[in-house]
Design a protein around this ligand. Structure first.
Ligand code: NAD
Length: 498
């Protein structure tokens, strides 16, 4: 059986802990490889390599650091098909969708090509007599990233690109469910000119994460995954004196106002609800039509589209969506659909029992639609992370607005309307991080920042955009005086500018 190891000190190395996890082909259900699970000593080896490489890398001028990313972006484009196919083979999503995963990471690499400008400090001439004041943004040192299975290219790049561009060295701990693409990315970074040791990839589970969170030489930790683990990582990192930004789960609503273009809204819901089999933190999992008539039209138009979704393995170029990532995910989503039925929601389209000829053991769940879902139901409260859309009928705009407002999560939300007043009011009042106005998956582009509110995010700086430069650097402020010819006496009061 193929064994997937780590990438430490500029090369692939085998795992030494003796512990491994299965990597599936989600379309067939077969175990295709074993991934090594690191122990403390392997994390330590990566940190030692990173520490040794970081000092010289931080002293490399920013233009040269940027050039590595210019070359890396080129290499990503050259290797796009290979990377996307590798990604799909472990994740299960369609190859076109995997290209989107890579491109959204590539765009952050393009953004950090501007690091000479982005990392510039500030300067005030003459802040006092013969006094100049300036601040510099210096790297944190060694940073770490812990990433989820659902975007195995994009999220690692969201983390390591700004961290490394700012002069840090980096330890990436990817998801053990689809570990191959992060390792390829590290190889391509070396090919792009990154010195060995600056980017290390260590595979593992909780043991590796705990080793990162308690390692005294790691200064900052970025995490993306489910909310309970995000909360745990945030607390543990902070207790160990580390800077941390931790992004968690989601339950994203889409409000459909009576005046919305219904065809546009339905198409948006299809892509945002079922693309990537619903395994996106920005997937829409709750549709909130306002008014009975809007709700009836919505469900009537959605139903045949969901029933005719094309579901297939990643090798099917025409598939709309693929299987779920693991057998556990498959069992969990099926059981939550059962729970919805028990709770009294109306199951309009049932995706359980979907079987694809030739792929009978694959982790496929068909598109599923619930109507008449209420806020008390488990299927409304829980992030299902599968191809399941719930319709919650609202009688008014205020009632619709109150649903995402009261929900535990606050990642993304969308409103479909032609009424500018309603859209503006919605964007202003809602307590959620990313808002789409007639846009179903409002993932901001690389030069804005990405992050949710409430239980979707712990910490105070977001991913990419200028926030990421702040997160991966520390500010140092210098007050300098060159008092030629001035003779000072001692001053015992708090110095103020006179
Ligand atoms: P997960 O929480 O199971 O795993 C995320 C990472 O944490 C992995 O690297 C995993 O190895 C590690 N991990 C798992 N259990 C751990 C434990 N007990 N202690 C320490 N580390 C542990 O998440 P997942 O299933 O890989 O990803 C799906 C989740 O990620 C969903 O909830 C989704 O909404 C969320 N997500 C959020 C965002 C965002 O930006 N908010 C983006 C993508 C995914």
């Amino acid at each position: 059986m193929r064994e997937i190891g780590h990438f430490i000190g500029g090369e692939r190395v085998a795992g030494t802990s003796g512990r491994t996890a299965d990597v599936f082909n989600p379309a067939t259900g077969e175990v295709q490889a074993k991934v090594a699970l690191a122990d403390v000593s392997e994390i330590r080896a990566a940190v030692e390599n990173a520490k040794a490489a970081q000092v010289k890398w931080a002293a490399t001028n920013p233009q040269r650091r940027a050039r590595v990313f210019f070359k890396f972006v080129d290499l990503l484009n050259q290797h796009m098909d290979e990377l996307a196919t590798l990604l799909s083979s472990e994740h299960g999503k369609t190859v076109e969708d995997s290209k989107g995963d890579i491109v959204r990471g590539l765009e952050v690499c393009e953004f950090v090509c501007g690091i000479p400008h982005l990392q510039k400090g500030e300067f005030t001439e003459g802040a006092g007599p013969q006094i100049d004041m300036y601040s510099m943004r210096q790297p944190v040192g060694v940073g770490a990233g812990i990433t989820p299975f659902n975007f195995p290219a994009m999220i690692p790049m969201w983390m390591f690109a700004p961290a490394i561009a700012c002069g840090n060295a980096f330890i990436l701990k990817p998801s053990e469910r689809d570990p191959s693409v992060p390792l390829r990315l590290a190889e391509l970074m070396i090919e792009a000119g990154l010195p060995a040791g600056v980017l290390n990839v260590v595979n593992g589970d909780k043991a590796a994460v705990d080793a990162i969170l308690t390692d005294p030489d790691i200064g900052a930790v970025s995490f993306v995954g489910s909310t309970p683990i995000a909360r745990y990582v945030y607390g543990t990192a902070a207790m160990n004196g580390k800077r941390a930004q931790c992004f968690g789960g989601a339950k994203n609503h889409m409000i459909i106002m009576p005046d919305a273009d219904m065809d546009q809204a339905v198409n948006a819901l299809m892509g945002a609800g079922y693309g990537s089999a619903g395994e996106r933190c920005m997937a829409i999992s709750v549709a909130v039509p306002v008014g009975e008539e809007t709700a009836n039209r919505l469900v009537e138009k959605l139903t045949p589209k969901i029933e005719s979704l094309r579901i297939g393995p990643y090798t099917d170029e025409k598939a709309d969506m693929g299987p779920l990532v693991t057998k556990e995910a498959y069992a969990r989503v099926n059981s939550l659909i059962g729970k919805g039925v028990e709770e009294g929601a109306k199951l309009v389209v049932d995706g359980r029992g979907f079987k694809l000829q030739g792929y009978e053991n694959g982790f496929f769940v068909g598109g599923t639609l619930f109507d008449n879902v209420t806020p008390e139901m488990e299927i409304y409260k829980t992030e299902i992370f599968g191809p399941v859309l719930s319709v919650v009928r609202a009688h008014s705009y205020e009632e619709a607005l109150s649903l995402p407002m009261k929900h535990e999560y606050g990642n993304g939300v969308a409103i479909y309307t032609r009424d500018g007043d309603a859209a503006r009011d919605f964007a202003s009042r809602i307590n959620i991080g990313m808002i789409g106005i007639n846009v179903p998956i409002p993932v901001p582009l690389a030069y804005h920042s990405f992050g949710g509110w409430k239980a979707s995010s712990f910490g105070d700086l977001n991913q990419h955009g200028t926030d990421s430069i702040k997160f991966w650097t520390r500010t140092k402020t210098i007050t300098a005086r060159w008092p030629s010819g001035i003779k000072d006496g001692a001053e015992f009061v708090m110095p103020v500018m006179k």
